[in-house]
Design a protein around this ligand. Structure first.
Ligand code: DAH
Length: 342
C-alpha cells in the first residue's frame, strides 16, 4: 500500500497538463467518488492498527499535495487565459494621459527671490533645521528672558533646552559669519518652525528667506536701495517701499518694510486694509554685538540683514487668502500655478 501511495505522490508531482480541462479530469481521477484517494481510504480501514499512524500521515500528505497542485495549476491557467484575452484589447483606443506636475507656489516664489538677489551678487547659503540655542538665539543677541526662548513659541527636542527647531532663518546668518570672512553676501532660504495654532494666517511650519550683506562701509542707504530693487523686481516697476522703525535683537537700527499695494496701486483696498501698504519683511543694520559673537571685527565691518516669509510674499503675489492651502497639496489649488515660471 505504501508503494501505491508513493507512486501516486510521484504522479501528482509529474502532472503537467497542456489544457485546462485536463486539470478537471485529473481532479476527478484523484479526488472523485471513485477516485484513487477514496480507494486508498477504503483499503486503509483494513490496515493493522500498528501501521495506521504512519500510513495515515502519508495519505494525508498525498491528499494535501493533490489539492495544492490542482489549485496551483488552475491559477496558472487562469493567468494564461487572462493574458491571452488582453491581447484582444482594442489598441486604437485613446490612452490615459500622464498627469504633468507643476512647481509648488512656495518653490516658485523662493526661486524668484533667490534669482533677484543673485543678480545683485548674492549666493545661496544653507543651514540645519534642527539647531542649537547659540545659532538661533544667543549669537543673535536674544536676552535670556526673551519670549521666543519659551516652550510656547519654540519646539524644543526631547526637553533639552539647547536643541530646538529653528524659529527663523537668521541662524544661517550666524553660521555663515562663523564660516566666512567678509565680504559676505548671502541669501538663505529655508523652512522654519514655531509653536503656533494653525489658522488662515499662521502655521507651525513655514518658509523664510534671510539676507545678509557684510563689508566695509555698508550703510543703511545700501540696505534701502537693495530692498527697493527687490520690491520692483518682485511686485512690478511701479512699486515703492517705505520703512517703519521697528525692533529686532540682532539689528540696530531695525525697520519693517512695506511695499505699495500692487492690487489697488496704493489707493486702498481690502487686502492692504485701506492703507495702500503691505508689510513684506523686517530688516536692519547688523548689531555690532552680533558681528563680534561670530568673530567679525565690528570696528572694521558693518552690514545689513533682512528676513521675509515666503508664504507671505506668495500670498501677496498670487492673492492667496489662506495659508493652509500651501500645505494641503490639493491639486485643484496647485494646478492654478501651472503657468507660473520659477
Ligand atoms: N528673523 C526675523 C523673524 O523671524 C526676521 C528678520 C527681521 C530677519 C529683521 C532679519 C532682520 O535678518 O534684519 O521674524
Amino acid at each position: 500500500m505504501i508503494d501505491k501511495i508513493n507512486d501516486l505522490i510521484g504522479r501528482v508531482r509529474e502532472f503537467h497538463p497542456t489544457a485546462a480541462k485536463e486539470i478537471e479530469e485529473f481532479r476527478i481521477r484523484m479526488l472523485g467518488k471513485k477516485g484513487e484517494l477514496n480507494a486508498i481510504f477504503e483499503e486503509f480501514k483494513r490496515v493493522a492498527p500498528e501501521f495506521k499512524r504512519e500510513l495515515g500521515q502519508r495519505i494525508n500528505e498525498l491528499k494535501n499535495l493533490t489539492n495544492e497542485r490542482i489549485n496551483e495549476l488552475r491559477t496558472q491557467f487562469e493567468e494564461k487565459e487572462n493574458a491571452a484575452s488582453d491581447s484582444t484589447l482594442d489598441m486604437t483606443r485613446p490612452g490615459t494621459a500622464d498627469e504633468l506636475g507643476s512647481r509648488h507656489p512656495i518653490s516658485i516664489v523662493r526661486n524668484e527671490i533667490v534669482s533677484i538677489f543673485s543678480r545683485m551678487g548674492y549666493t545661496v547659503a544653507d543651514g540645519p533645521e534642527i539647531e542649537d540655542d547659540w545659532h538661533v538665539f544667543s549669537a543673535l543677541n536674544f536676552p535670556p528672558e526673551h519670549p521666543a526662548r519659551d516652550m510656547q513659541d519654540t519646539f524644543f527636542i526631547e526637553k533639552n533646552p539647547d536643541i530646538l527647531l529653528r524659529t527663523h532663518t537668521s541662524s544661517i546668518q550666524v553660521r555663515t559669519m562663523e564660516r566666512q570672512k567678509p565680504p559676505i553676501r548671502v541669501i538663505c532660504p529655508g523652512r522654519v518652525f514655531r509653536n503656533e495654532a494653525i489658522s488662515a494666517r499662521a502655521h507651525c511650519i513655514f518658509h523664510q528667506v534671510e539676507g545678509l550683506y557684510i563689508d566695509e562701509n555698508v550703510s543703511f542707504a545700501d540696505l534701502k536701495q537693495s530692498i527697493l530693487y527687490f520690491a520692483k523686481e518682485m511686485f512690478g516697476e511701479s512699486s515703492t517701499i517705505r520703512l517703519r522703525p521697528s525692533y529686532f535683537p540682532f539689528t540696530e537700527p531695525s525697520a519693517e518694510v512695506d511695499v505699495s499695494c500692487n492690487l489697488c496701486g496704493g489707493k486702498g483696498c481690502n487686502v492692504c486694509k485701506h492703507t495702500g501698504w503691505l508689510e513684506i519683511m523686517g530688516c536692519g543694520m547688523v548689531d555690532p554685538a552680533v558681528l563680534e559673537a561670530s568673530g567679525i571685527d565690528s570696528r572694521k565691518y558693518s552690514g545689513f540683514a533682512f528676513g521675509m516669509g515666503i508664504e507671505r510674499i506668495a500670498m501677496l503675489k498670487f492673492g492667496v487668502r489662506d495659508l493652509r492651502l500651501y500645505f494641503e497639496n490639493d491639486v485643484r489649488f496647485l494646478h492654478q500655478f501651472d503657468s507660473a515660471i520659477g
